[in-house]
Write a protein that binds this ligand. Structure first.
Ligand SMILES: O=C(O)[C@@H](CO)OP(=O)(O)O
Ligand SMILES: [Mn+2]
Ligand SMILES: [Mn+2]
Length: 557
């Protein structure tokens, strides 16, 4: 039996008073649904013009999805899931789960964290805001520690933003900076960690040379899937590894040069950047060069929330028992953003996060709609936290039920590409058949999570498992006479190879195709995007959507 747990609602939390203003009006033509509506997200499932052997969606056995595509082409819509259509700075930005699920849940295009941080840094406003003012004293008198993902992937962080932060901090009197950098390999080339650390080291040397009284050093790091960036409490050991390396200065690998350490750990590219072990830079006497001390300032510079919430708790919460911190220094800590609006975590943040108001859930619960949401640990927050505008918990525990199926821990998902697709499907099927819910939403992580490993065969198996999950759910929804809407949050699995300009696969020195681990941004219809899906499901339920929502994809005769 796989463990599945209902997400508890905090005992002392009263339902939010939603007032009457969120009650939806009936649709003039579509009757109020009396049977459940299934909203199913295939995470990382996209379409590509390359219908070749590197397209896992094309290669996988997906009879149900293919049947939907072929059987009702008028209802199969390609919509935008990247760039400005989901509130990202430019159309060169690939989509991701946060912005995708925010759009699906909120029905509006909201400027996303990356854009807010860009603006605050470009205008210099960030240095005038309360967040910086709160930590400035400690940053100037102690050490400023910068913790985050080192790449230009733009999903969680961006290197140019890190450069701006350092330049601004030096201008504002900071003299000692320590970098704690996580290697990516998921949103960028999976073997680029050495190049990224080399690039940072070059900049660090230049900063030190330009400002003679400055002392900047790279202090610790590790691959993001092993160090610091866990999410939804899938595996606290990952955060423990990070806390020990960044804060305590303890890690399985130590050495006097960050670049040499990463070079050694990446020897022959046997391990993807995502899974590099944690490491710490030490001085000649073996002492860490950047452990966090009382009186220091810490900034986590990832703007995206899900993978920062746990480390933020470890840094900020006095009462904390997820692992033994051994030492909890008294510091001034700020996130570049606030990561959880409900928990107000962290208390201090440099840039105010996008406020996503009037999410669909607010309207639905105010209209008495009973909601069930489910995924496995890796993605449960996508259909709850992101869906509801980065708010954890329930809006109305009487009407909402969230169920988490526990994910496997400590593995790379190419080893078990089916993940928990069947367990999710069984649990969701039960909810459909129970008659207890009006809206049932779920997320199958396979095309995305296995897609990120870059392993084509595994990704094909993952897509097949997701399709089997959808099959179970559509059978159940047909059994009760309900409706369904199957969508995705961005692409990934449909392109598993890096390509040359002419579309041919890029080969490495040994003639092997170069894996593509990242999300994709395949072009689609000019207008509609993920935010248009929200009004669509409100209409399907028989409601008119709020007039400021992006328009529905369906029209009633
Ligand atoms: O794993 C993640 O954090 C991102 C990629 O960086 O993927 P997704 O947006 O699909 O969650
Ligand atoms: Mn996703
Ligand atoms: Mn992903």
């Amino acid at each position: 039996m796989t463990e599945a747990v209902e997400v508890p609602s905090p005992p002392d939390e009263l339902p939010v008073d939603l007032g009457r203003s969120h009650e939806l009006k009936p649709h003039p033509k579509i009757p109020r649904a009396t049977k459940p509506l299934l909203i199913c997200v295939l995470d990382g499932f996209g379409e590509s013009k390359y219908q070749d052997e590197y397209n896992a969606v094309h290669m996988a056995k997906m009879p149900t999805m293919n049947g939907l595509r072929a059987g009702a082409p008028d209802r199969w819509r390609l919509i935008k899931a990247h760039g400005t259509a989901v509130g990202l700075p430019s159309d060169a930005d690939m989509g991701n789960s946060e912005v995708g699920h925010n759009a699906l849940g909120a029905g509006q295009i909201v400027d996303q964290g990356a854009k807010c941080v860009d603006r605050a840094l470009r205008t210099g406003e960030v240095w005038t805001l309360p967040g910086w003012k709160a930590i400035e004293g400690a940053a100037v008198s102690g050490t400023l520690h910068l913790i985050g993902l080192l790449s230009d992937g733009g999903v969680h962080s961006r290197y140019d933003q890190l450069q701006h932060i350092v330049n601004g901090a030096i201008e504002h009197g900071v003299r000692r900076i320590r970098f704690h950098v996580l290697s990516d390999g998921r949103d960028v080339d999976e073997n680029s960690a050495v190049a990224w650390v080399a690039r940072l080291q070059k900049d660090v040397d230049a900063w030190n040379a330009e400002h003679k009284d400055c002392d900047l050093r790279i202090a610790s790091g590790g691959g993001r899937m092993k160090t610091t960036m866990d999410r939804y409490e899938s595996d606290w050991n990952v955060v423990k590894n990070g806390y020990y390396a960044h804060v305590l200065g303890e890690a399985p690998h130590t050495g006097t040069s960050a670049l040499e350490l990463v070079r050694a750990l990446k020897k022959d590219n046997e391990v993807s950047d995502q899974y590099v072990d944690p490491w710490v830079v030490v001085d000649d006497a073996g002492a860490p060069v950047g452990a966090v001390q009382d009186g220091d300032a810490v900034v986590t510079f990832n703007f995206r929330a899900d993978r920062m919430v746990e480390i933020a708790k470890a840094l900020e919460y006095k009462d904390f028992d997820a692992f033994d911190r051994k030492r909890w220094p008294r510091i001034e800590y700020a996130g570049i953003m606030q990561y959880d609006g409900e928990l107000k975590l962290p208390k201090t943040f440099l840039v105010p996060p996008p406020v996503i108001e009037n999410a669909s859930e607010q309207y639905l619960v105010a209209s008495g709609v009973r909601i069930f949401a489910c995924s496995e640990s890796q993605k449960i927050g996508h259909v709850t936290f992101f869906w509801n505008g980065n708010r954890s918990g329930y809006l109305d525990p009487k009407l909402e039920t969230f169920v988490e199926v526990k994910s496997d821990q400590n593995i790379s998902f190419d080893q078990k590409p089916k993940m928990k697709a069947h367990q999710i499907a069984e649990r969701v099927k039960e909810a459909i058949l129970s008659g207890k819910y009006d809206v049932i939403r779920c997320n199958f992580p396979n095309p995305d999570m296995v897609g990120h490993t870059g392993k084509l065969q595994a990704c094909i198996a993952g897509c097949t498992a997701a399709d089997e999950g959808v099959t179970i759910l559509l059978d159940a929804i047909k059994e009760v006479g309900g409706m369904y809407l199957v969508t995705a949050d961005h692409g990934n699995a449909e392109d598993m190879v890096q390509r040359n300009k002419d579309g041919s696969p890029k080969m490495d020195a040994n003639g092997k195709p170069m894996e593509l681990t990242s999300h994709t941004l395949n072009p689609d219809l000019p207008k509609a995007g993920l935010a248009n899906v929200t009004a669509t499901y409100m209409n399907m339920l028989g409601f008119s959507a709020p007039d400021f929502y992006e328009p529905s994809l369906i029209e009633a005769e």
